[in-house]
Write a protein that binds this ligand. Sequence first.
Ligand SMILES: [Zn+2]
Length: 351
Amino acid sequence: MTTTMRAQRLDTTTGAMTVQDVPVPEPGPGQVLVEVAYCGICHSDLSLADGVLTSRLPVVTQGHEASGTVAVLGPGVTEWAVGDHVVITAGRVDYTCVRCRRGDHSTCMNMESMAFDYDGAFAQYTLAGSHSLTRVPDNVPLDRAALLADAVATPFGALVHTAQIRPGEAVGIWGLGGLGTHMVQLARMIGAAPIIALDPAEDVRHRILDSGADLALDPADPAAADAVRAAAGGAGLDAAFDTSGSPDALGQAHHCLRRGGRLVVVGMSNSPISIGTTAEFGFSKITVAGHHGYQAGDIATLATLVSLGRLDLSRSVSDVLPLERIEEGFQRLRTHEGNPIRILVQPNPGT
Ligand SMILES: [Zn+2]
């Protein structure tokens, strides 16, 4: 086992990114060292690099959507063995705060986000708590497994936990990148109907019809909102999700809801949101919900669905880049070059 490894390091003040040699971290009690197989580049990684989101750390290794192989067990870890294939949960909780003690780790008061509050997985190795790992079924390739840690689990959490979508409900999904594309697939699986997908890129609208959307619309079309409401039976959507973080998209989504509908904010930006006057909002009986992350068992649920062939991630990996080319991946996401669903980084090529 070597003592140094290659890792991406982001200066969170200037946004400057380097790939450099750093010490391989040592797992403490209850921790596991994971050899990273793949780690997806998420729009939130871009947002931190571009100063839209912030970190409390001056320098951090990014990457929070990772799969890999257990390499070293820390003291006291008995449930894992070296060589196990795992997905890493993209955050950690304290298990001791009032919310955790009431059994809801998803609202932990001291939740820390991987790649923002502690080092992530754009590196050859990364540390994880043994409780934060999920076993990857033998027939699920590690590149697709990596996606489960955010691009699939976050929209799953938004649909199932935050919006509690039921079969037959009309849903609208704004923004069809990694999160939005998988949200359409998952909404289809849950039985939402119709599923209306909105994105400014024509080729994205074309491909989303193959991923389960009933209707794909350009949000810039002045007739889009009327078309959404008409497709939803005239009353409007039962639930609307924005994955883009754009206030325009969120405003349009809000406008397309039926009375009593649910608006779910999934995309993150530094833009403020508006829900109209208190009178309009009260009369509308709309619920606005913020969404972040997923619950502890969701990755295992999704891994089972992929393993059984219910959830098809075969088109989700748009490209794989070595760690040394990570900036190119960021740039392609920034410019929407090829409208990738997910670009993955492979820090240990050939493994
Ligand atoms: Zn807690």
